[in-house]
Design a protein. Structure first.
Lengths: 363, 363, 363, 363
């Protein structure tokens, strides 16, 4: 079973290679009557598209999305919503010098071994360009969540060893504004400044750097997540790990929780409130795999981009030594453009579980 | 869609509550003709069962597994393999004092909110007892992987702040022997000693502590994993995050990879070998979501067990203040019993992707 | 992907061979809080079990069902409901003479070819005994449908060339009573008499005969069925064709509809009623794959049972001529016992689509 | 779970409305390295497209297909193959007079009830136009089957009460040629003449007529089909019943088999052949749900098209009486264009089961 489909009830299937005609997505299962705001979808894509600032790749793509089906008079009809994003700047000539070599830490070798086909024009399906289709579908997921009052916000919480302080409890609207005021998309302006400087220096070195994106979800209803395999955080984790370059996921107390004692980690309930709330939130808003109404939070670790501007020793398909030249266009750090991808995947998971939860008990 | 099924082609569905008649699993999709070694399955369960040492819960369960279907003359027949594990020591009276209260950082509240039913006999479906069914099915997955020469090994790599050194490149057989020589299941004897002492002290405090389990997979064929959503590490991540108490997952360079530069993180190919190998393995054996033939490695973070022997303030279903008494039986640290669960889930993911890869190209 | 699972949201997985320890089923996705009436489930199984009359096989099975999980205080909890039916009268010795031969029009050869394993004890997984598990799960589906007022009724509409007249518009309760007053389960007493005589004569000949089962569904809400592949009648058709010995399915005007003109076949709406009704019902209650609120009706054709009491020429696994003796126990006509299986499968399809429809539009 | 996806391993998702921008399909799971013959795909679409003869609708659509992804140098790459078919002749003005009325025996009412949205431009998603996407994907399935030597052939076996004689055992190539020599697509020339005359007369009446399509599959390997729910004929049946206007499906002896005795219906094996063959083929090439190597055959019943050129009484959305005018373009009989749709769906089922069978036993 091929793996280009995500979600059970709110389900997307993406297609398209970085150097083909177009990429796109079919979203099946969106409830009818949801207002589909094309401008909003495009604005989300604009946050992911290349060439938006000096610290992103200079590939030129307007990433203009077209809706081919599934809407009528500006609303979803219940039928599949197909969206298409033409590729404009394939420039596969940039890659013609790499026809026969395997780029280090790319997917060239593994795709060739798996499929017995080498599409030397570039990353093809393994390119992060595929995530534009996710962002388009994720934008519709966000519209659905908005209908239910659920808010999602992500930002860059680390670039290399530069870490942002924990987010204050500001409204999502405000966090979003602050984040978009800098090109690295960190909601803490002082840290953002350091991050931009760091990435710019790395870029001038022809090198790349890793980073982290952190995400919060507010106003999530209690009860989302399905025991036992489709726990909410397990599906969030899979969603995040399916994004290019992600090497780690943690939620709530995360890795640091493994160093804690139960007596300090347990989230004590506050008596007397209308709906149960807890004093602390080491559970990250999820208990037993099911949302508990507290803020959901998680962090995603991205490795540094593999394409660097240095010459590198490598091998060709015959296993012989070869050299790969540091040409082409690339991102010195992937996290500023990944913020909206993280949000999109989170929105897709939430939308799916929101629908799945509609049949948890008799009505 | 309820979430009690895992895997696409090698697929398990588990059932059963901690305080019901029995738990069990149906494994569908196991290829015919695989020798099914019941003793091996039982020996795997023995590594997970309660009461096996002073640092595990004292609940008495033999966890004796019966195969109800799907085998003939000791081999799989291609039909569903159903396995049953009766519950012997339900002792729900231990929980009778907690009928109406929500235990902190358990799933009592979220299950009640989701389903509108409070089964006050205990954790029910959210109990880690469910994982026994996974271990039974995972044992058959291991038998399938063994047929193809694939090896899986996990051990306790951290208890609280006590971390084991990185595993040496010893044979899996040897690592396994060393690991089983101590009750904490760490393959480094010196660290194991410290870990046991730590857990024992925590236990005497009536408290609990978190930890980590690390896993390696050797001799994995090149090509396992499906772009783009069902990347091998994304499915491993989901599998691990679906285990009770897991709060984090990382593979290859993991979270520390987010602090590295591309020029140091790229895994350079070694020229001249028969099948491509890399000098370093920051990719953790997976590139573009597909196994590359190098050792696969990942680490799983477990939070401390929520059941502690202290009295705790909490609330009841009406939201009123209540106290929960520190009674019952519990694990002071979950990782020694979790080692075999991590291996089982890894085996299930690998077995599934092994079968899925059979149709990646024309034969 | 193995095929032992049916349904998307209300989903069953069955297991077990006719000559193994037990058969059973896991039902996942049943909404919480549904009263689970064990006596009703057993009474449904009693209608399918062998040995119930002179015109069914004399194999002795009480088909006593046990619920292993998923209920508490008589209600569903939202977790998987596992049910077990032990095999009591395996008598595999009856089959010991057939170890090496392929019985004509059975699945002996195809299973052997597919799996490379010959379980010579009997039909194994291809035995209609498997359908007991479906009846148990279907009984719970009926309880869910009853909660929503939906009624299902099937009866034997043909044995060989003896056809029952079309059902009158009697209440389901009344039809059910009439049907259960004869051992062939036809709701028309006069026809039932002829059918019983026919089957009895066939039985004395050591032969078997085919037949048909017709089913109606009343009070089905408008809107069930998913375009375009999961049309309600497409899922009903698959459900029926998955029952042993079924060779045909038609709904509404069925095969005779292919001889009609549009001007006579179109179901004209009746003006002025609260909810749209049609004068005729050639559409069989389903338009565009979606229920329209009219009575749903369909008919299922069963071939004659392959096991006959005559000696038959056949071959063994080496392809050599062999003779198969007319021994063992068998049903001279499968339809009297199939009535409840047809109802069970219909109920499972309806329950699934009822849940699937919960997310068709925004609430 | 929305129902726009078909297949497990060889899986298609279709999208698009009859009066939107385009329709299309994503095919996921096609093994890499399959030659993708675009001309062949187009030639298949040409057999389905409107306006091809005097007995089909005069809607003008060239149905020109574009491949957007998933191929390189003329071969499949293992990634999703997306295909797009623009709509050229929407002419929604033809439907502007029907804005508010429900056409009899169409899906207008049921879609409106299910989704709460009335797209009055025409059939939208319920239009048979959607099947063009299936034909495009089915053409690739045929290419895969051809690689394994499997042949599929369908033709019109009945129009109204005019039935073609059973097909002789001619080569598929020859049957195909004969079929394409007449516009009704019946492989018996004498019957074809009668059928064309019948349809032409019906057309002049402004009426429509039903019919049947019969299909054979040759050289199907033994072993395709998955017990117990995904029997090969159950999946074929669902595939056929999902085609617009289909009201019945039978395979092998079909409905007439229900009138037979076991002693005449059993297919006796022929001793001494290399691979088991049977004297008769009442089983239709499938036993226990698994192909047995004999010719697979089945028949599909189509109701008459609901759009007729007569004025008809009906109701509007308020339930009031209304009249619908006999305008627009329509097919007087759907079967000539349905032949290639039946083949396409059969090919999709076979391709899926071919891949699914790759893991039935250890290799």
């Amino acid at each position: 079973m091929a793996g280009n489909t995500f979600g059970q009830l709110f389900r997307i299937s993406t297609f398209g290679e970085s150097h083909g005609t177009a990429i796109g997505v079919i979203l099946d299962g969106c409830p009818a009557q949801l207002p589909i705001d094309l401008e909003f979808i495009q604005s989300e894509l604009d946050k992911r598209r290349p060439g938006q600032s000096k610290i992103t790749t200079q590939r030129k793509e307007s990433d203009t999305v077209q809706i081919l089906s599934g809407t009528f008079d500006g609303k979803s009809t219940g039928t599949p919503i197909a969206m298409l994003i033409p590729n404009e700047d394939q420039r596969s000539k940039d890659y013609s010098h790499n026809t026969d070599v395997y780029r280090p830490s790319h997917a060239d070798y593994t795709y060739d071994a798996k499929y017995g086909i080498r599409d030397h024009r570039g990353g093809g399906r393994s390119s992060a360009r595929e995530t534009a289709a996710r962002v388009a579908a994720g934008a519709i997921a966000k519209l659905l969540l908005k209908h239910y009052g659920i808010e999602i916000f992500a930002h860059v919480s680390a670039v290399g060893k530069i870490n942002a302080p924990n987010l204050e409890q500001l409204p999502v609207e405000e966090l979003l504004t602050t984040r978009e005021e800098n090109i690295v998309r960190c909601a803490d302006p002082a840290t953002a400044k350091q991050m931009v400087d760091c990435i710019d220096a790395i870029r001038k070195d022809g090198d790349t750097i890793g980073g982290k994106v952190s995400c919060i979800i507010r106003n999530c209803p209690v009860g989302l997540g399905e025991p036992v395999f489709d726990k909410l955080h397990a599906d969030l984790g899979k969603a995040m790990l399916s994004i290019n370059a992600v090497h780690g996921f943690e939620y709530g107390s995360g890795f640091s929780g493994s160093e804690m004692r139960g007596s300090e980690h347990n989230d004590v309930f506050i008596a007397g409130s209308n709906t149960p709330k807890t004093l602390t939130n080491f559970s990250g808003g999820i208990q037993g795999g099911i949302s508990n109404g507290m803020e959901i939070n998680f962090t995603v670790a991205f490795k540094p981009v593999a394409t660097i501007m240095h010459n590198q020793q490598t091998i060709n398909a015959a296993g012989e030594a070869a050299e790969i030249k540091g040409k082409g266009r690339h991102d010195p750090c992937v996290v500023p453009r990944a913020v909206v991808i993280v949000e999109a995947m989170a929105a897709l998971v939430l939308a799916d579980h929101l629908l799945r939860n509609k049949t948890s008990k008799l009505d």
